[in-house]
Design a protein around this ligand. Structure first.
Ligand code: MRU
Length: 362
């Protein structure tokens, strides 16, 4: 996407097999690039959320496999490195999907240089596929927004989103934001309510910044404001992303998503989940019982980062010894989801409809 007139992606691989990433911890106050030259650095970037968001974590994993090949000639060590990358964050299924896809396409029979070329090509293909998928998600989802706009006689369509499922999380366009960017480009009047998304504030820091750079109208709200705005008829629809969804329709997404789905149902509002097929888990049937939910450091709840006179500072919010719990994701059950917006079209959140869109997964 363009930022201040310059085309940029959150990740790219250079000719020396060095992975370049935007350091998302620094946004919106600084746009800095970090280079990853070892498997440990790739894992650090994923775990510390230098990179984050399901499709981007997947692509980072794919480029991480290239780095592993570049830095290891021993097959056993290479496999162990890939396993470590795969295990570096548990919830987003794209990570395992991308690493496995890489391994399926690298042949150890080939000489090292050829293997590396194969890996580079495959990682590029995965990145390209996600870009393409997000573009299609945008095209399908924009029709939903256009319908609401028509019903409202072209008055602004108010869309609520949670966390950051934008281009920063997905290479280009985003998942939840793709329909919004597309509708905006089509000249539809859209306005986005951006949940701040505690504890790491991906909405406040990333989504609001992204939308601003694309000149999409938006307003930042606290995580608790959405229900009230829905009751006051100030929201027309909700679109969120997901880190893993079962093929039966249960959705894991950033903590707090479930509460928005409940509020949307109580207010009769459509609640859509936008995702590429790489985010479906084709093995699991029960999201609440089976999707692993990452529990992160309680200090992410106790502290907050912000811009002070002297630069970005970390500030303690609570009493030093206040106990805190930090589940990073929650599960929205299928029955609260109006539909999935995928690269192949829109479908209800149930097994029959999902498998009909992706018959090869049957
Ligand atoms: O912990 P994160 O920031 O990696 O979580 C990912 C998210 O931003 C979301 O939950 C998002 O809505 C889905 S990823 C497109």
């Amino acid at each position: 996407m363009k930022v201040d007139g310059k085309q940029i992606r959150p990740i790219w691989l250079d000719n020396d097999n060095v992975v370049n990433v935007i350091d998302q911890r620094k946004l919106p106050h600084a746009l800095e690039v970090m280079t990853l030259t070892s498997v440990d650095e790739v894992i650090y970037a994923i775990q510390e959320m230098v990179v984050r968001g399901a499709p981007l974590i997947g692509v980072t994993g794919a480029y991480g496999v290239v780095v592993a090949l570049e830095t290891t000639t021993d097959q056993d060590m290479f496999r162990k490195a890939c396993q470590r990358i795969k295990d570096s964050r548990p919830t987003a299924v794209n990570l395992a999907w991308a690493v496995e896809r890489m391994l399926d396409n690298i042949s150890y029979q080939n000489p090292a240089q050829e293997r590396l070329a194969q890996a580079r090509e495959q990682a590029g293909r995965i990145a390209g596929l996600e870009v393409d998928n997000c573009r299609r998600i945008g095209e399908h989802g924009a029709k939903l927004i256009a319908d609401i706009s028509k019903r409202k006689n072209n008055a602004a369509v108010n869309i609520l989103t949670h966390c950051n499922a934008g281009w920063l999380a997905c290479i280009e366009y985003g998942t939840a934001t793709a329909p919004i960017y597309m509708a905006h480009k089509m000249g539809i009047d859209v306005h986005v309510w951006v949940d701040e998304t505690r504890p790491l504030n991906q909405g406040a820091r990333l989504t609001a910044w992204e939308l601003g750079k694309q000149t999409v109208k938006h307003t930042l709200i606290t995580d608790n404001a959405g229900g009230y705005l829905m009751q006051k008829k100030m929201v027309d629809m909700v679109i969120v992303g997901t880190d893993r969804s079962t093929y039966t329709g249960d959705v894991a997404n950033k903590i707090g998503t479930y509460l928005k789905a409940l509020a949307a149902r109580d207010n009769d509002l459509p609640f859509y989940v936008a995702l590429p097929s790489s985010t479906f888990d084709w093995q699991l049937t029960d999201g609440l019982k089976q999707i692993p939910i990452e529990e992160r450091d309680p200090d992410e709840v106790r502290y907050i980062h912000g811009l002070a006179k002297t630069g970005v500072e970390k500030v303690l919010l609570t009493a030093k010894d206040s106990p805190a719990l930090n589940p990073a994701f929650d599960i929205t059950p299928a029955h609260l989801v109006t539909g999935f917006i995928t690269e192949r079209g829109i479908c209800p959140a149930n097994e029959t409809a999902i498998v009909e869109l992706f018959p090869e997964k049957r």
